[in-house]
Design a protein around this ligand. Structure first.
Ligand SMILES: [Zn+2]
Ligand SMILES: [Zn+2]
Length: 127
């Protein structure tokens, strides 16, 4: 099991199930929200348990998805598509080593112009 938290610690959660490889999303929304690019793993909702979530806020970012963040410290934490039974979890929020590896890049056509994508991971223009 892994634990995760926001910067101020008011949002704390447990990831009790398997986690898949890290996806970097370079879309404009992710770049706006994070200041760089998004990097997340995914958990089944049944395996996501909150120890504290009083400051967790959800921003309706589009007609199809919401973005979870801490309303106190501003940490980006989650992305969730309507109707999905999984939640994307920002890898940076995981406490200690994640034990995960970068698997791929999505929305690469929207990436910032100031950094290369240099690794051998897969690259997609969409999801
Ligand atoms: Zn916080
Ligand atoms: Zn994105």
């Amino acid at each position: 099991m892994k634990t995760g938290s926001c910067l101020c610690g008011e949002v704390r959660f447990e990831l009790r199930g398997p986690l898949d490889g890290v996806i970097a999303c370079h879309c404009t929304q992710c770049r706006k929200q994070t200041g760089h690019h998004w990097a997340s793993t995914h958990t089944a909702d049944a395996d996501l348990h909150f120890a504290a979530d009083s400051t967790l806020r959800w921003y309706r970012a589009s007609d199809t998805a919401r973005r979870g963040f801490c309303g106190r410290c501003g940490s980006t934490l989650f992305w969730k598509r309507d109707g999905d039974t999984t939640t994307s979890v920002c890898v940076g929020a995981i406490d200690g080593p994640s034990g995960l590896e970068l698997a791929g890049h999505i929305f690469v056509a929207d990436k910032g112009d100031y950094y290369p994508i240099a690794g051998g991971e897969y690259r997609r223009d969409g999801y």
